[in-house]
Design a protein around this ligand. Structure first.
Ligand SMILES: C[S@@+](CC[C@H](N)C(=O)[O-])C[C@H]1O[C@@H](n2cnc3c(N)ncnc32)[C@H](O)[C@@H]1O
Length: 314
């Protein structure tokens, strides 16, 4: 399927894009992620903030490659921006049942009747909007829902963090997540408990940090993280064990890195020393020592794997 060029209407300025966090994922990245995340024509896929429909187009392409019929492909979505529905009509509109796409705020959404109870895969790139811009009423509703999922979200969390957790409400046991996220996933204090929680909820999870700035054409130099998780544990929780942290120079490296992570061997084979995220002073020290070694390796290797970090009590 040929991808149609998507842009917000001209009058949608950078201001408007920022208000909605509407920075659309480049097709090469959404294609790559959809190829990893979708493995069967029976997979039901949710895109909770589908925007310019890039992920929907990539998912449709992937389902087509897997032999799905060209009608009624199993895609579902939500977006708060009415423009998204113009894009939907102009891109995958003829391939999907459009009643499965709802206009609304994902934070306060009640499961639409047209959606199944749960999905095999949640895929997308949520809005990056600081906590000060989330309405307190919306935030309170979302916090309650998140508590029901067993997590206490930090009040300073950006909107993307709410999306990651709330989407679990719709994920099938054994299901997958595939998200494009901002650099704050690894940097923000509010992310620590979120990472720990995710580590307890998936049997296998990896964070790919991409050095290349992929959103420059969209008007932002935000750095990019790709978060992939498989084997959702549902209400069951285990002690968080390991999350793989993989550095990639570019989205081209990402493809190779995902393959190697998936195979389970290569990360072990080419890993740098174990890396502790900087939670405490001693952990900070360990982190910088490890980082120093990785920088050296980074100079000689197209992509460096930093083997899993342990999530310690913090
Ligand atoms: C970073 S863009 C990504 C769009 C698309 N997922 C992609 O990858 O190209 C974030 C999207 O979130 C939508 N959005 C912002 N706040 C939302 C909310 N509270 N509920 C649902 N969608 C929201 C925006 O309209 C925008 O389309």
């Amino acid at each position: 399927m040929n991808k149609k060029a998507i842009a917000l209407p001209l009058e949608a300025t950078l201001f408007e894009k920022k208000r909605l966090g509407a920075f659309y994922t480049p097709p090469a990245l959404s294609d790559l992620i959809a190829s990893w995340a979708i493995n069967s024509t029976h997979d039901k896929i949710l895109e909770p903030s589908f925007g310019g429909c890039g992920f929907l187009q990539s998912a449709a392409k992937r389902l087509n490659e897997l032999g799905a019929s060209k009608k009624n492909i199993p895609l579902y979505g939500c977006d708060i921006d009415p423009n998204a529905f113009h894009y939907l009509a102009n891109t995958v509109g003829s391939l999907v049942d459009t009643s499965r796409f709802v206009l609304g705020d994902f934070l306060t959404l009640r499961k639409p009747k047209s959606w199944p109870t749960s999905f095999d895969t949640i895929i997308g790139n949520p809005p990056y909007i600081p906590y000060q811009q989330i309405s307190p009423t919306v935030r309170d509703i979302a916090i309650k829902k998140i508590k029901n999922l067993g997590f206490d979200i930090d009040l300073r969390s950006s909107l993307w963090a709410y999306f990651i957790i709330l989407s679990l409400k719709y994920l099938k046991e054994g299901g997958k997540i595939a998200w494009v996220l901002p650099g704050s996933f690894l940097q923000a204090n509010y992310s620590r408990t979120l990472i720990k929680f995710l580590g307890s909820k998936f049997s296998k999870i990896a964070v790919f940090q991409i050095k290349e700035r992929l959103f420059l054409d969209e008007g932002t130099d935000e750095s990019t993280i790709v978060l992939l998780g498989t084997g959702y544990r549902g209400i069951n929780k285990e002690e968080p064990k390991e999350i793989s942290l993989v550095y990639c120079n570019s989205s081209n490296d990402l493809k190779k890195s995902i393959k190697e992570w998936q195979s389970g061997n290569a990360i072990e084979a080419s890993c740098a020393s174990p890396c502790l995220l900087p939670w405490s002073l001693s952990q900070r020290l360990a982190f910088f020592q490890a980082a120093e070694r990785q920088i050296v390796q980074f100079l000689f290797s197209p992509h460096v794997y930093v083997h899993t970090w342990e999530i310690l009590g913090y």
